[in-house]
Design a protein around this ligand. Sequence first.
Ligand code: FES
Length: 118
Amino acid sequence: MTETSSLFLCHLEDLPEYGTRGFTLEQQEIFVIRQAAQLWIYLNRCPHTGVALNWVPHQFLDLEGQYIQCATHGALFRFHDGLCLAGPCPGTRLEPIPFKLIGNKLYLTDTEKMPTYS
Ligand code: FES
């Protein structure tokens, strides 16, 4: 990993152990899902209409904490691959953001190839 293609995002302890946290980068919004030692990062954009998934800051999950839920029309997405299982856009996927965890530091990788938020 080179310095030019990676971006420090946060420390692991900055994330709730079971939950989500949103981040606003220069050109886009992303969010991290943490389930103990497992992490996933996606672009904060619903494949249904392209809007941000959340209405409340850092809240991306359904009431049971089992799925990512879009606040606009309720689409439900799996954690591990962002696949929509229910709602108005089944079969579509959230856009994954590549990352690496080094020690307790979370880095976004391949930042030049990250999708722009438009
Ligand atoms: S905008 Fe997300 S389900 Fe419609």
